[in-house]
Design a protein around this ligand. Structure first.
Ligand SMILES: NC(=O)c1ccc[n+]([C@@H]2O[C@H](COP(=O)([O-])OP(=O)(O)OC[C@H]3O[C@@H](n4cnc5c(N)ncnc54)[C@H](OP(=O)(O)O)[C@@H]3O)[C@@H](O)[C@H]2O)c1
Length: 307
């Protein structure tokens, strides 16, 4: 009897300890400035340049503006020259830092020679692997995607290959200098098997594992890797859905998520999205697999996109 009592007491104590640790973890995330403080010169102490893919709009543009505000020169890369030039002028006028623009399409092959040439020799403090593409605006089952063959190729090139190639170009210099940050924008939906977003979510899972692996390999070389996994951010990709308690502007999201740079190799970038992530991970798999869930999820996204 005494032994059973002891076992129950021990199990109870473990559960209480686990809950306390979890609560402490949540409380720490509520006050990132206190628990993960960054010195004023943190970014400039890592180098002189930030390189951002998919930088002319949305989250990438917000990263470019915010990192320039922290004193870094920026290399901004995306497809539309006019948008890049406009942003470059705006950043130069507002912050006085230097801006290099590179026009390229990350869905294409043979683009990395030009990127490498433009970046060669720069003291890169931070690479933001931001560019990402959905195969369809409204999510659907894989075989319902129009021009599936072409979309598969584009999504994998843009979301996966770009990050691998950009790390290949920039990481050696960081290792040589013994400092640097590589941020990779994933997505909250990478945290669960995500039907109707299958291809997109799977590319984001690749990015998370890739970044985690590199963190383990290059931690001792002074390189910090982190994936940032937002849910709703009001951008072109999400049809500029209305901002609310769960949906941020790109600027709010980036400013907030940078406060979590020292919070570990994976972050949701905000406490609100972290809680959403925990709730979503608690959904039983049989619910995620059900037809009713797919249908309701699709309707929910349509409504959000229309809002
Ligand atoms: N918004 C969200 O709610 C959300 C949630 C989770 C994760 N994310 C992730 O966050 C990242 C940024 O998304 P966002 O919402 O900011 O998207 P966005 O507003 O659509 O911006 C995408 C940026 O990438 C550029 N771009 C798009 N396709 C490109 C290509 N093939 N080659 C070169 N540049 C390209 C676009 O400029 P051009 O059109 O001029 O090329 C633009 O600057 C993505 O990785 C996305 O998966 C977003």
């Amino acid at each position: 009897m005494a032994l059973i009592e002891l076992i129950f007491t021990l199990v109870g104590a473990c559960v209480v300890l686990f809950c306390c640790a979890r609560l402490a973890h949540v409380l720490m995330k509520l006050y990132p400035r206190v628990w993960y403080p960054l010195p004023e010169n943190f970014f400039t102490s890592m180098g002189k340049w930030a390189v951002i893919t998919g930088a002319s709009d949305g989250i990438g543009k917000a990263y470019a503006q915010e990192l320039a505000r922290h004193g870094l020169n920026v290399v901004i890369i995306s497809r539309t020259k006019e948008k890049l030039d406009r942003l470059a002028r705006d950043i130069e006028v507002k912050t006085g830092v230097k801006v290099i623009t590179i026009v390229t399409d990350f869905t294409k092959e043979d683009i990395y020679g030009v990127i490498k040439e433009n970046i060669q020799g720069l003291d890169v403090a931070i690479l933001v692997n931001n560019v990402g593409k959905l195969p369809t605006f409204i999510p659907c089952r894989l075989l319902e995607i129009d021009h599936l063959e072409e979309k598969m190729y584009q999504v994998i090139n843009c979301n996966v290959k770009t990050t691998v190639k950009m790390c290949r170009i920039i990481l050696p210099g960081m290792v040589e200098r013994g400092r640097g940050i590589i941020l990779t924008v994933s997505s909250g939906i990478a945290k669960i098997p995500c039907p109707i977003y299958t291809l997109y979510a799977a590319t984001k899972v690749f990015l998370e594992r890739f970044s985690q692996g590199l963190q383990a390999e290059y931690r001792s070389d002074g390189i910090l890797f982190q994936t940032v996994s937002p849910f709703g951010v009001s951008t072109a990709m999400t049809g500029y859905q209305k901002t609310d308690f769960f949906t941020f502007t790109a600027e709010e999201f980036v400013r907030n998520s940078l406060m979590y740079l020292k919070a570990g190799e994976q972050t949701y970038g905000s406490i609100v999205h972290a809680v959403l992530g925990w709730v979503i991970q608690a959904i039983p798999t049989w619910v995620l697999r059900s037809e009713a869930f797919h249908h309701n999820f699709q309707e929910f996204v349509k409504k959000k996109m229309d809002s």
